[in-house]
Design a protein. Structure first.
Length: 167
């Protein structure tokens, strides 16, 4: 029995409980559900069942070829993403870079372990789609929670780089 995605979901939700105070879990649950669960589910349905870009090894609970716990795990990750964007909006560039890297790294691990095969998709495409997705989710978060500090500004890159210098 393949428990990889169940284990990933448990680990990611443990991170949610460890990193995100409960009042923020409640506050950002709708964002995480829409941007993490629904968006991930739609992307997976299109990629797996419509475009046939990748395939998952059957899991303990797979629906339409997609492991349910894979989608559930990104629901949790998106909650952490939203919390960090809200709590540290001045570091949005670093937050996006971290989560894009996380998505890429976890995709490579799953692929190398044989939990997903990607005959018509590349690592470069994963990276580019992760950039698109995380910036899209940033703006969805900004709209849902009215965080004016998020998004493009004239000094976004300069401010983000100066944060490194000042440490």
């Amino acid at each position: 029995m393949n428990l990889y995605w169940l284990t990933q979901a448990a680990a990611y939700w443990a991170l949610v409980l460890f990193l995100v105070p409960s009042k923020y879990i409640k506050k950002f649950l709708l964002f995480a559900f829409v941007a993490g669960f629904v968006y991930t589910w739609i992307v997976q349905l299109i990629a797996v069942n419509v475009l046939d870009l990748w395939h998952y090894r059957p899991d303990i609970f797979t629906i339409w070829g997609i492991p349910f716990f894979f989608v559930l795990s990104w629901f949790g990750v998106t909650l952490v993403y939203g919390y960090l964007l809200f709590k540290y909006p001045g570091y949005q560039l670093w937050t996006v870079i971290f989560f894009v890297s996380w998505a890429l790294f976890m995709s490579l691990i799953a692929k190398n372990l044989g939990h997903v095969s990607m005959p018509d998709w590349s690592t470069a495409e994963t990276f580019m789609f992760a950039i698109f997705s995380h910036i899209l989710l940033l703006y969805i978060f900004k709209l849902m929670h009215n965080v004016k500090e998020l998004g493009t500004k004239d000094d976004t890159i300069k401010f983000s780089l100066s944060a490194l210098k000042n440490r």
